[in-house]
Design a protein around this ligand. Structure first.
Ligand code: CS2
Length: 483
């Protein structure tokens, strides 16, 4: 294989840059493989000034990688049958918020900017998942409140930019969240209004009346890019792309059609589903896909599997997931109109099996304290209340508990990435017995709803599952769970 850095650097074509209409907060691989591509295609078909300025809220890495190639990049579609590189030029610039917050605010407040898209991950909303309220003790929110003109969080930037637009007599922008949260539009609206209200009550009233926060459901599997992906792509395209994105062929975007003054790219032309109510799509995707993804991530990782495709290649794990959909997840869902949930689940299995996608169980296992509530715990509590046994999702919770204990089945340390990692580890270590460890972890009220912690049968079952994982290991527990 050629030394990829010796190849010419990837660059833009001679096509003129499009004018900027979108600012994206939290530029990462997912958005570059999903929203950015839909927007690029919508512009190709129907025109419009929808170029994107990407903003990194913390790290300069994306800017360092993309700027030397004038923000062009490759989105590599990985099908079981072959690889298709797509050259993408929709990103016009990348800003790093801590380096130049004024530039970020200036572009967000520019009259030409109509939409702010966001992928800041679950924790970026600085809210308490169980209540949806703003976490005012969060250090970034404390900074936003202390110095609203020098914000730290995505919410702080939204509020200050809206303040600037209002002062300049401009219309607000649409805030389009693309994170995997239930009712994501309502969540971001709630925390923006709460933060704005603490800074300026009139501003909050204006945002409430004029701004729009459509809910969305986003879907595309985008595994993290590895150095070997960059090297292999170099051979294929004859250029060095320091920041390509890897993606499966499948994609879906369901968007509530509620934009400020109705102004948006021609999403309908490129397959975005514009609907009145996203909730049934969101629940289907969060529970069927993300719920089983997290389940496979913890049980797979503990079982020694590196990727999702490797995990579902094991017949017991595959049967276990099919059983989860059939007995625990689908019975709790109301399907979106015209959708057959069993066909949806079958298609998901094929996506998981795609051997071209190396999606690490470790990657999906990240930030479990922020993901578990909406992916697993809500449906678990609902299923138990409806009288279903829910033993599979209970095993998934026990696997998360075992995982955050930080030691795998061979005795090696697990690199647990989670905003609560230290606290979870101490709680786990403080337990002298399995029952104590489980009880300690269940006491984390930001994660576990009272409906579960007050359910004695659930507590006994999750404790038994945890003991089984410690004693027999994940593979044995998955096999035992099959009916
Ligand atoms: C995954 C998601 O990392 C994770 O937690 O479950 O990123 C998943 O791949 C996407 O939501 C698929 O749309």
């Amino acid at each position: 294989m050629t030394d990829v850095t010796s190849l010419p650097r990837l660059t833009r074509s001679n096509a003129p840059k499009s004018a900027v209409g979108v600012v994206h907060l939290g530029l990462g691989a997912f958005y570059r493989a999903h929203g950015a591509i839909y927007i690029a295609e919508a512009m190709e078909i129907s025109g419009g000034d929808w170029g994107i300025v990407g903003v990194s809220l913390k790290s300069p890495t994306q800017a360092e990688q993309l700027k030397p190639q004038d923000c062009a990049y490759t989105a590599l579609e990985l099908a079981p049958t072959g690889r298709i590189p797509h050259h993408v030029e929709v990103v016009q610039d990348v800003l790093v918020a801590p380096e130049d917050p004024e530039a970020v605010l200036a572009v967000m407040a520019a009259e030409t900017t109509k939409i702010i898209t966001l992928t800041v991950t679950e924790k970026g909303y600085c809210h308490e998942p169980s209540t949806g309220r703003l976490n005012q003790a969060h250090p970034d929110i404390a900074q936003d409140l202390a110095e609203p003109r020098h914000p730290a969080s995505a919410l702080g930037f939204l509020v200050q930019a809206l303040q600037m637009r209002r002062a300049a007599g401009l219309r607000p922008f649409t805030v389009l969240t693309c994170d995997n949260l239930p009712e994501n539009g309502r969540v971001v609206r709630g925390v923006v209004l709460e933060l704005a209200g603490l800074i300026d009550a009139d501003l909050a009233a204006w945002i409430e009346a004029e701004c729009r926060f459509p809910a969305t459901m986003v879907d595309r599997i985008v595994p993290a890019t590895k150095p070997e992906d960059i090297a292999a792509l170099g051979d294929e395209i004859g250029a060095y792309d320091a920041s390509p994105v890897m993606m499966e062929p499948f994609r879906q975007w369901v968007v509530e059609d509620d934009f400020v003054d109705g102004v948006r790219p021609d999403f309908g032309a490129v397959g975005v589903e514009l609907v009145e109510n996203v909730t049934p799509y969101e629940e289907m995707k969060l529970r069927c896909l993300n719920g089983t993804h997290s389940t496979l991530a913890y049980l797979g990782y503990l079982g020694g599997m590196d990727t999702i495709s490797e995990t579902v290649a094991d017949p017991d794990y595959a049967a276990f997931v099919l059983q989860l959909w059939r007995d625990e997840i689908i019975p709790g869902l109301t399907p979106p109109e015209g959708v057959d949930l069993f066909a949806y689940a079958d298609a998901l299995m094929a996506r998981y099996q795609n051997p071209a996608i190396c999606h690490l169980t470790w990657q999906i296992a990240m930030d479990g304290s922020q993901k578990l509530p909406q992916r697993i715990l809500v449906q678990l509590a609902e299923g138990l209340a409806a009288g279903r046994p829910m033993t599979g999702l209970t095993l998934a919770v026990a696997a998360w508990m075992r995982y955050v204990g930080g030691v795998d089945e061979t005795g090696s340390a697990i690199d647990v990435r989670d905003p609560l990692a230290d606290r979870l580890k101490s709680l786990s270590d403080a337990g002298q017995t399995a029952a104590e460890t489980v009880a300690n972890l269940l006491s984390v009220t930001e994660v576990f709803p009272a409906a579960l912690t007050s359910n004695a049968a659930f507590v006994a079952n999750v404790t038994r599952a945890y003991e089984g994982l410690v004693r027999d290991g994940a593979r044995a527990m998955v096999a035992k769970a099959l009916i």
